[in-house]
Write a protein that binds this ligand. Structure first.
Ligand code: HEC
Ligand code: HEC
Length: 390
């Protein structure tokens, strides 16, 4: 697949503005909104000390998640469970999810049965990609800028941005900082909606298209995953419960509590007490409903094998552990111990809203089934990340 980002950088290099910095106004190349968004997404000048960009935590070389912890010199104290902000010290609140395939999430909305669906972030607090993109610049644990105006001042340092904002969003766009901030978020969202973020070229997609073969183990994992009378995975991790969809997102974009335990390592690193609770969807000020406490958006499983650690709090390091945890939550006595600690699983962070009905609707997950499910989940890796598998 042709990478928008790589071809854009080549174009800019030819135009003599490889660094994206000043070039004579009259010569500034004309960008599309997607290309402008690409440059903004990768521009560390838009963070307080100019140290991080969106791409630092959503790295296109690593499944569009935060892989900085993989470099021991980066000094992440919690093994990547949380991301470090622009100051290199402050830890964020939750695990950075992939930005890949986020374009498939519908706008956040309430369904007729009162449940919620779609949106961005683990708790869906940004209705759309555009709303989401306004968050990180001003987040005090991420890019740490003080307000929209200060972000726009940074944008205005760059002639290439200035001329293209004017061409794409109107000559007077910089007269109103909020309007300019809105334009910046729109350009980033347009970039996140490109094929670069959703290539659908994993082994699974190629196999569906008849262009790749599954091993027996991968095929068993696939059958288990989608078989409603053997596992429950597809009830939550498929667009539609009956059958897989042509452009399967591996999430129904609904909100569920599966009983994930707290991550005591991150609470301790942040100096928080051991009973601190992330109330997820129900804890949002605008929802504030105990019926939704502890629920988070079902994550996509695309690129899951290259985006450890797992869960919205990063509590599990290995894919196998996640699946062993489902066997434990099935409540049939299987996998009583967390294989990462060899201790009993810690209690769920929020008990009252766990979806026991669905979690118990599975046959025991034996080691052989876990191996097969892991093998299948690895086939959900986009072609460009396949070299990262084992
Ligand atoms: C310091 C790390 C960091 C930076 C920088 C960062 N993000 Fe994120 N991103 C996160 C974390 C953590 C979350 C989850 C937060 C939550 O759910 O509360 C997230 C969530 C997201 C999501 C939602 C994905 C989903 O499935 O719900 C998108 C999209 C996203 N970020 C895009 C961006 C964009 C665009 C930028 C730059 C404007 C950016 N991020 C900058 C860490 C970061
Ligand atoms: C009741 C709905 C539900 C069912 C059933 C379910 N999941 Fe999940 N899954 C979730 C939710 C919600 C999360 C995120 C939990 C969190 O962050 O605390 C998740 C997280 C995951 C993760 C980690 C994702 C990440 O980005 O960290 C994997 C892997 C996963 N599930 C695989 C499976 C498999 C395999 C099955 C079947 C054995 C399954 N799930 C069954 C709802 C479900």
């Amino acid at each position: 697949m042709k990478s928008l980002h790589v071809s854009l950088l080549a174009t800019l290099m030819l135009a003599g503005c490889g660094g994206g910095s000043s070039s004579p106004k009259e010569e500034a190349p004309k960008l599309t909104k997607e290309e402008l968004g690409d440059l903004l997404f990768h521009d560390a000048n838009l963070s307080l000390t100019r140290s991080i960009s969106c791409a630092s935590c959503h790295n296109a070389e690593h499944g569009l998640a935060d892989a900085r912890f993989r470099d021991p010199s980066h000094g992440n104290p919690v093994g990547g469970a949380l991301s470090l902000g622009d100051d290199g010290l402050t830890l964020g609140g939750r695990n950075a999810p992939t930005a890949g395939y986020a374009q498939l999430s519908p706008e956040f909305h309430q369904q007729s049965d009162g449940s919620y669906k779609g949106g961005q972030f683990h708790d869906g607090r940004a209705a759309s990609l555009k709303e989401q993109a306004k968050g990180p610049f001003l987040d005090s644990a991420e890019m740490m800028m003080s307000d929209a105006q200060s972000v726009i001042e940074r944008v205005k340092e760059n002639d290439l941005y200035v001329s293209n904002f004017k061409t794409l969003y109107g000559e007077s766009i910089f007269e109103d900082a909020e309007a300019a901030y809105d334009a910046l978020a729109e350009a980033i969202a347009k970039y996140e909606k490109t094929e670069e973020f959703a290539p659908f070229d994993s082994k699974y997609d190629r196999w569906k298209a008849g262009a790749a073969a599954f091993s027996d183990e991968e095929e068993l994992g696939y059958t288990l995953f989608f078989s409603n009378n053997n596992t429950n995975c597809a009830t939550c991790h498929a667009l539609n419960t009956e059958s897989e969809s042509p452009r399967e997102s591996f999430t129904n974009f609904e909100y569920e509590n599966i009983g994930t335990p707290r991550n005591y390592a991150t609470l301790s690193a942040k100096g928080l007490s051991r009973d601190t609770t992330d109330l997820g969807l129900g804890g949002r000020a605008d929802i504030n409903d105990s019926a939704h406490y502890g629920k988070v958006k079902v994550p996509t499983l695309r690129n899951i094998a290259v985006t450890a650690p797992y869960m919205s709090n990063g509590v599990f390091k290995e894919l196998r552990t996640v699946i062993a945890f489902y066997d434990h939550m099935a409540g049939q006595g299987g996998h009583a111990l967390n294989p990462e600690t060899a201790q009993p699983w810690d209690a769920p962070e929020v008990n009252a809203t766990i979806n026991h009905e669905v979690l118990q609707a599975t046959k025991p997950l034996t080691e052989a089934k876990i191996d097969a499910l892991v093998a299948f989940l690895k086939t959900l890796t986009d072609a460009r990340y396949e070299h990262l598998l084992d």
